[in-house]
Design a protein around this ligand. Structure first.
Ligand SMILES: Nc1ncnc2c1ncn2[C@@H]1O[C@H](COP(=O)(O)OP(=O)(O)OP(=O)(O)O)[C@@H](O)[C@H]1O
Length: 225
């Protein structure tokens, strides 16, 4: 694959059940890029992201994500792919029965980390990166929405992903907190991690510029503000 090329889609078609959601998707993502997927409700932004972490299949065309062929990907290869991608959801999805630190420990242990000191160090590093180093012992319900989203981003960073996929990461946040979260994602991007986020928020797109792609009429196209 071309140097720095992380994702390549050629003539990809994406379906949900019998419905064609997007067709002839052509897209390339390079390391360090910040990309927004925009478009009206139901136009396929989430579905497109989901094909990138093998949550839904690519039915037509050619798709490659971090060297994985998404058409011929076997079920047993999916965890290996997902370890290289950080995924951030709108609705946080932290485990509610354990502390921030234990949420993060859990992910590292589940992805093969064994050394306790290394686990502790990595958890500290990501908490510092998202400005949450003082919240390690808090339970998720003791945190604000913005703080929970920071922990979700910390969780996504644990295995030093080359790509972060964020589906409406500001959807449940007030405007100012949403701004801080996008600013954080941009600062992560500046360290070399590519970020794709879906959003309905045009103000954020204006304030924090990035590549803009729009889902419309079952097509994905590059647009400008
Ligand atoms: N689990 C599902 N089963 C069947 N169809 C689905 C499923 N999820 C979504 N769809 C359909 O796929 C289409 C694209 O949905 P998708 O969630 O990808 O759009 P979106 O652009 O992300 O929307 P939003 O802005 O609301 O998040 C919609 O028509 C939707 O109804």
């Amino acid at each position: 694959m071309e140097d720095g090329l992380l994702i390549q889609y050629d003539h990809v078609e994406i379906c949900r059940k019998e419905l064609v959601v997007l067709k002839d998707v052509n897209f390339k993502l390079y390391s360090g890029e910040f990309v927004y997927f925009i478009g009206r409700v139901g136009t396929g932004k989430s579905s497109l992201l989901k094909t990138m972490y093998a949550e839904i299949p690519v039915v037509e065309g050619e798709a490659s994500v971090l060297g994985f062929n998404m058409k011929s990907l076997r079920k047993k290869d999916i965890p290996q792919l997902r370890r290289k991608i950080g995924i951030v959801f709108q609705d946080f999805q932290l485990l509610t029965d354990r502390s921030v630190k234990d949420n993060l420990n859990f992910v590292l242990q589940a992805t093969g980390w064994k050394n306790k000191a290394e686990i502790t160090e990595r958890v500290e590093q990501v908490l510092v990166q998202v400005g949450m180093q003082n919240k390690a012992y808090k339970m998720p319900h003791e945190l604000s929405g913005g703080e929970q989203q920071r922990i979700v981003i910390a969780r996504a960073l644990l295995n030093s992903p080359q790509i972060i996929l964020a589906d409406e990461p500001t959807g449940n946040l007030d405007p100012q907190t949403g701004q801080q979260i996008v600013s954080l994602l941009h600062s992560i991007c500046e360290t070399g991690t590519a970020v794709i986020m879906t959003t309905h928020n045009h103000r954020l797109v204006e304030e924090f510029p990035g590549r803009l792609l729009k889902c419309e009429n079952k097509c994905l196209s590059e647009v400008s503000l």
